[in-house]
Design a protein around this ligand. Structure first.
Ligand code: AMP
Length: 115
């Protein structure tokens, strides 16, 4: 079963794609929480960060380097931004296709809400 994100990678669902290569696809979040909110996802369907395996080092590092490049292009590299990967229930993951959130363009506030 394909995730909605796999369908975006395949071009079957519309998305505002800002960058794509043979490893990753990056598109604007449909419900942005900040002026810049872009998702960096592996083209290969990997459910959660728990499912990265030995051999995925290049892919995982590439996701960060691509996010860094997009942050520069978005003009937020110097003002700052946050990279977030949510995992499973307690991490608040909703889409079971691992994704790196790149959020910035405003002050992000505390990293995690205190209970
Ligand atoms: P997470 O809670 O970490 O799983 O984040 C899932 C993110 O995917 C949320 O920020 C959603 O707004 C975003 N999202 C869900 N569907 C789409 C879509 N079709 N296009 C772009 N972003 C989406």
């Amino acid at each position: 079963m394909s995730t909605i994100f796999s369908r975006i990678v395949a071009g079957e669902l519309p998305a505002d794609i800002v960058y794509q290569d043979d490893l990753v696809t990056c598109f604007r979040d449909i419900n942005p929480v900040a002026p810049t909110h872009i998702l960096v996802i592996p083209n290969r369907e990997i459910a959660t960060v728990n499912d990265f395996q030995d051999g995925d080092e290049h892919l995982a590092g590439h996701m960060v380097l691509v996010a860094q490049r997009i942050a520069r292009e978005e003009g937020i590299a110097d003002s700052g931004y946050r990279l977030i990967i949510n995992c499973n229930r307690d991490g608040g993951q909703e889409v079971m296709h691992v994704h790196l959130h790149l959020v910035g363009g405003r002050r992000m506030g505390p990293m995690v809400l205190r209970e």
